[in-house]
Write a protein that binds this ligand. Structure first.
Ligand code: AKG
Ligand code: FE2
Length: 338
């Protein structure tokens, strides 16, 4: 069956949708619910908002991903706007008592969200690295690889132009920090979490979010809603949603049948700044030799004994060094700002 083509008029202006930041949506915010194959476009600009495909992911691939990634979503305080509002205020970077802006964004509420794959530099950790999950559970990561590869292939088929641009950047990135043979560097894993209205940040600006929900037990809702068009998607097991995550979006409440129910959502993407990563060996050197004020951006040139170091960046070498990083305790907290 061919997907339905829907051309939707916005129900909110840009200004009105901006005001939705941090809001927890209600079911009534979802004016049109999509639970069939559909390509959704903005009627005014003609731009694609989303492509939704039902039951495309084989069950054994979903199950392997669920079993290995279930522990990836850990309580996090770093989900920015998507954590919701506190006292009517959207979470922003905190101003410290000394007047400086805190480098860590504090979510309004702790949420169960984690990251898998690789991560870029940030002020607190100015070096590219494996996520803590990949360092500690690489075998589990390997079991989740088939779903990542499958989603990547489907992304290529459904959005060839966006994919080609994203893949070209991924191919130019140090392969030590790209999920092998894909256009992705990173996967966000959320557990039973109704995200408040937010826009994703840090991912490839011209890319689409690739979303999957792995469901265990029965629940209703948890629809992924793009607020400006009031359009929601009901992600069941096996479904894939490619969506413009740079539009305001959030979930409707997740109404669980019982306490054991799990909704594990996976968001696969390329982190824009990872194009600046050196090889693993270079980044680990950077982690070891970093000094206050090291720039976060830009390719690395490491000076050692007056000479520029040449790195071959073999994986074996990198993995050995990873344990050094772990011992130094610098992998304690992966920061994600969305
Ligand atoms: O779980 C979902 O449906 C949405 C997740 C999301 O938007 C995010 O992690 O940025
Ligand atoms: Fe999002």
């Amino acid at each position: 069956m061919k997907p339905k083509i829907l051309k939707l008029k916005p129900i909110l202006s840009v200004e009105e949708s901006d005001k939705m930041a941090g809001v927890l949506l209600q079911k009534s915010d979802c004016k049109i619910l999509i639970d069939f194959d559909a390509d959704v476009y903005d009627a005014e600009s003609g731009k694609c908002i989303a492509k939704f495909r039902k039951k495309v992911i084989p069950p054994h691939i979903q199950l392997a991903a669920f079993n290995s990634l279930n522990i990836a979503a850990k309580t996090s305080m770093n989900r920015g706007t998507s954590g919701g509002k506190v006292d009517g205020k959207v979470n922003e970077y905190k101003i410290r008592s000394n007047g400086k802006v805190s480098k860590t964004s504090e979510a309004a509420q702790p949420v169960d969200s984690g990251i898998v794959g690789y991560f870029d530099r940030n002020p607190r950790m100015p070096f590219c690295r494996l996520t803590a999950f990949n360092q500690q559970h690489f075998e589990k990561f390997k079991k989740a690889y088939p779903i990542i590869k499958f989603v990547d292939k489907t992304y290529q088929q459904l959005m060839p132009e966006h994919y080609a641009r994203q893949r070209s950047i991924a191919d130019k990135t140090s392969q030590d920090f790209v999920i092998k043979d894909t256009s992705f560097t990173t996967v966000t894993v959320n557990k039973n979490w109704q995200t408040a209205v937010h826009k994703d940040k840090g991912d490839f600006a011209d890319g689409f979010g690739n979303l999957v929900a792995l469901r265990k037990g029965k629940y209703l809702g948890g629809y992924f809603v793009v607020v400006r068009w009031g359009v929601g998607f009901d992600l069941q097991n096996g479904d894939l949603l490619l969506v413009d995550v740079h539009q305001w979006h959030g979930n409707t409440p997740i109404i669980k049948d019982n306490k054991k129910v799990i909704r594990l959502s996976l968001v696969m993407y390329y982190r824009e700044q990872m194009k600046n990563c050196g090889t693993m060996a270079q980044e680990l050197d950077r982690a070891k030799n970093r000094k206050k004020g090291d720039p976060v951006k830009g390719k690395l040139t490491i000076e050692k004994h007056g000479k520029e170091t040449k790195h071959q960046g073999s994986n074996k070498k990198a993995n050995n060094k990873t344990s050094v990083v772990k011992r130094r305790g610098v992998d304690k907290k992966d920061i994600r700002k969305k």
